[in-house]
Write a protein that binds this ligand. Structure first.
Ligand code: ZN
Ligand code: ZN
Length: 404
């Protein structure tokens, strides 16, 4: 199957090549050539009038989140949570996301099921459970609860691990299970009931131990952090990706750029949490925390962009709010030019995943994850926020999975 007469968009060079033929071979792109007058074969996809962009990459999702109440999710049967995850993975493909990085909750069982074709969905990169200190961002226990149930079958975004030795063991366990990165909760957050947004979580020694274990195993650490202090400390201690970072200023943005780290803003989740969170189970204590970070996200993105930091696309939506995933494009378009937004969701995402040349690019040898849009996506990147009308087709692993 080939895609015929399509305009091929290259976010890396900011060029559009018109009337191309994308030749597919299994789940790879075999060649991209100038097209000819040769009639279309019955299984060819007519791309005339459309633009082909690399399949989109979202570097911060939670596929196993069922509701906005993360504590309630931990009481659900794992099979029920998995059923919801499969439905959401399929929905992500419909929005053009052919690769997603789960920032806590999904395990390698889902990765294997997707790779084996047991279920249809994006390529999935996982960290297993995000790691949190007691009373930190993944400690979801209400104040009166003391028991910790860290059985691996209990659903949830994270788990508690305190102390250098325990962290080393837990990171080794996660690596053994096949994760591609380690997620650390390094400041307070919205959904945790007993911490402050501006709290610094984990000691320097604990962070160093996790980073050391991860690096020696060939994986990297991602850090959830909001405040300038939390972000700067994470970067200095070797954390490779900063999740959220809503409160950073120019100095932290420069530090991220200087260290070659990645910044993963998740703007849409705050917009949607403020509006819909309570209706979908966000507890009142968490609602109060949303305001503290939501207004600053766009400014932080501006600082990172001007500092030349590598910025990846992230959304961080929970439960029933995840259908707003594509709205992130419209929010970023307020701050960054179209090409920059497009690179966040393609080339930069791939580099973050250490998969440059595989994903995030349309070129010979790359994976055949391709989205066809109805308008020039660099000139109208905000239209990607409306995938139902803007996205004409999605190919994942070389197969057409969406056609509109
Ligand atoms: Zn987070
Ligand atoms: Zn998250």
């Amino acid at each position: 199957m080939d895609i015929r007469h399509v305009a091929v968009v290259d976010p890396a060079t900011e060029q559009v090549h018109h009337d191309r033929r994308i030749v597919l071979n299994g789940d790879r792109i075999a060649a991209i050539t100038a097209d000819t007058l040769e009639p279309l074969a019955p299984d060819d996809l007519d791309g005339a009038g459309c633009y082909a962009i690399p399949g989109l990459i979202d570097c911060h999702v939670h596929v196993t989140s069922v509701t906005a109440d993360e504590w309630a999710d931990t009481g659900m049967a794992p099979s029920y949570v998995t059923a919801h995850a499969l439905r959401e993975l399929r929905a992500m493909l419909e929005r053009g996301f052919t690769t997603v990085r789960d920032a806590g909750g999904a395990d390698t069982g889902l990765v294997d099921a997707l790779d084996e074709g047991v279920v249809t969905g994006p390529r999935l990169f996982v960290c297993g459970r995000a790691l949190s200190q007691t009373g930190g961002h993944a400690d979801l226990r209400p104040r009166g609860r003391y028991h910790v149930d860290d059985h691996p079958a209990v659903p949830g975004i994270g788990r508690i691990a305190d102390g250098v030795d325990t962290l080393r063991t837990v990171v080794r366990e996660l690596v053994r299970s096949g994760v591609s990165f380690i997620k650390l909760m390094l400041s307070g957050g919205i959904s945790s009931p007993t911490d402050r947004i501006d709290g610094l979580q984990y000691s320097d020694e604990e962070i160093r131990a996790a980073v050391d274990e991860a690096n020696r195993a060939g994986v990297y650490c991602a850090g959830h952090a909001y405040t300038p202090e939390a972000v700067a400390r994470a970067i200095r201690l070797g954390v490779r990706t900063i999740e959220h970072g809503n409160l950073i200023g120019p100095a932290e943005a420069a530090l991220i750029a200087e260290h070659g780290a990645y910044y993963v803003p998740t703007l849409v989740t705050y917009t949607v949490l403020a509006r819909e969170g309570p209706a979908f189970g966000l507890p009142p204590a968490s609602v109060a925390k949303v305001a503290a970070v939501s207004d600053r996200g766009l400014a932080a993105l501006g600082h990172a962009y001007r500092a030349g930091a590598q910025i990846a696309f992230g959304t961080d939506l929970l439960g029933q709010m995840r259908h707003h995933q594509s709205t992130e494009f419209a929010l970023r378009a307020r701050v960054q030019p179209g090409w920059a937004v497009l690179r966040s969701a393609t080339t930069t995402g791939a580099a973050l995943l250490r998969a440059d040349g595989q994903f995030g690019v349309l070129a010979e040898g790359a994976r055949a994850d391709i989205v066809l849009t109805r308008h020039d996506p660099a000139a109208h990147v905000e239209l990607l926020a409306e995938p139902d009308t803007e996205i004409a087709a999605v190919l994942a692993r070389g197969r057409p999975v969406v056609r509109r």
